[in-house]
Design a protein around this ligand. Structure first.
Ligand SMILES: *[C@@H]1O[C@H](CO)[C@@H](O)[C@H](O)[C@H]1NC(C)=O
Ligand SMILES: *[C@@H]1O[C@H](CO)[C@@H](O)[C@H](O)[C@H]1NC(C)=O
Ligand SMILES: CC(=O)N[C@H]1CO[C@H](CO)[C@@H](O)[C@@H]1O
Length: 386
């Protein structure tokens, strides 16, 4: 606005009469008011949305603490990095999958901050030397964070305790599911939805120089940040691939509508698969039947769900939001979702220009994902002994 009026003055118009001056000033005033309303219509809209969200009931109550598990040994991890999927296969990248269920009432975000708690999920074999070292790096460099290692059984108790009253269908799906990776994916979204905090896979190590409290850049610490995600693939792949958020590390406030969207989409997807394959329940689903895990419950499911939820919150299309948040060298806030650049959580799968590196525009890796992928067997992970 200031810039605009200075420019008008700078143009050095000469007014021959007072009425001409008044008329000109009035016209400019009108135009400025119009311009202001036009520019702010988005803000006005999102404020309305936020207020609507605040009127909605609270999320399920947080569960009581579960026990911390002791660990045993597991196989030495193998490393294999995924590559992004060509965009041509993804008609659904941005648009919604059909949602049959009625939307679950959830607030979009609360005034609360992201809880200082790190969540891990152990497989039946517990930790090994590698995962112990990696999880230690996060725990020891963030001593003010509580840490909880969920086990198969503590996770089931937690899901039952937390969601039985409000979402019995979710509990039923969780208990029936047998494929470990599908269960583990669903669990992380359920934990982040009900409890919030930092979810981390066991094969992730943390920077020793950037504590979690500093992962949100200083310029955003006063903003309403509900969810912090990092691009898994963003820079160095051209344009013809699907952008997705890493799910090995996610930070969230509890009760986010974005997270519920992801959960709801997964429940619908699994139920539809059961119908399509004419099974008796989700317990009969195998890894083969669900197709690509990345799409079913993993990073692309998560990314689509978050953008679908943001579409409703911000009245923008996923495409325009992705375009505004791609090839990031700095964090970008969309609504209450803070998207970190590829180098933050996935330095190994993003490549940057030398000149950007030299100019110091490429920041440090906050976490390193070691791609141990214990779920990458034909059963989708370590099976529990029944
Ligand atoms: C869960 O399993 C029970 C018992 O097999 C079955 O009756 C029910 O339909 C299943 N529910 C889902 C959602 O798969
Ligand atoms: C959302 O945006 C579209 C186009 O940008 C506009 O036509 C529509 O009226 C908007 N809806 C709301 C609820 O603001
Ligand atoms: C500053 C700090 O606490 N650094 C620790 C980060 O984690 C590594 C691995 O556990 C430790 O060796 C550092 O001392």
């Amino acid at each position: 606005m200031l810039l605009f009026s200075q420019r008008s003055l700078a143009s050095g118009k000469v007014f021959r009469s007072r009425s001409q001056l008044v008329g000109w000033v009035g016209g400019v005033g009108f135009f400025l008011i119009f311009l202001y309303l036009f520019c702010n219509s988005d803000n006005i809209r999102s404020n309305i949305n936020v207020d609507e969200q605040k009127l909605r009931p609270a999320p399920p109550p947080p569960p009581a603490q579960t026990q911390t598990s002791t660990s045993s040994r597991a196989a030495v991890p193998t490393t294999s990095r995924p590559t992004p999927t060509p965009a041509s296969t993804l008609a659904v990248a941005s648009t919604s999958t059909s949602t049959i269920s009625t939307p679950t009432p959830t607030p979009s975000s609360t005034k609360a901050t992201i809880p200082k708690k790190i969540w891990y999920k152990l497989g039946p074999k517990g930790l090994n030397d590698h995962t112990r070292e990696w999880t230690d790096s996060c725990i020891q460099n963030n001593t003010d964070y509580k840490v909880e290692f969920m086990t198969d059984s503590s996770a089931e108790s937690y899901v039952r305790r937390t969601f039985s009253a409000s979402h019995p269908d979710v509990v039923e799906v969780y208990f029936n599911l047998t494929v470990p990776i599908l269960k583990a994916d669903l669990l992380r979204y359920l934990l982040l939805y009900s409890e919030g905090g930092v979810y981390s896979d066991l094969d992730v190590s943390c920077s020793a120089t950037a504590p979690i409290d500093e992962w949100i850049p200083a310029s955003y610490r006063d903003s309403d940040v509900g969810l912090v995600v990092g691009w898994e693939f963003d820079v160095g792949w051209g344009d013809n691939f699907i952008r997705e958020f890493a799910t090995w590390t996610i930070l969230s406030k509890p009760g986010l509508g974005h997270m519920w969207q992801v959960i709801d989409d997964i429940i619908q997807f699994l139920k539809e698969k059961v119908k399509e394959k004419e099974l008796s329940g989700v317990g009969d689903l195998t890894l083969d039947m669900v197709g690509d895990v990345v799409d079913a419950t993993g990073p692309r499911r998560f990314t689509r769900g978050v953008f679908k939820s943001l579409e409703k919150q911000l009245n923008k299309t996923a495409e325009e939001m992705v375009l505004s948040a791609k090839e990031l060298l700095e964090a970008k806030l969309l609504g209450d979702v803070l998207i970190l650049p590829g180098y933050s959580f996935a330095a190994g799968s993003n490549t940057y220009d030398e000149k950007d590196k030299e100019a110091g525009k490429v920041g440090e890796a906050l976490v390193t994902h070691h791609y141990a992928g214990s779920w990458k067997n034909d059963k989708g992970g370590e099976m529990r002994k029944r």
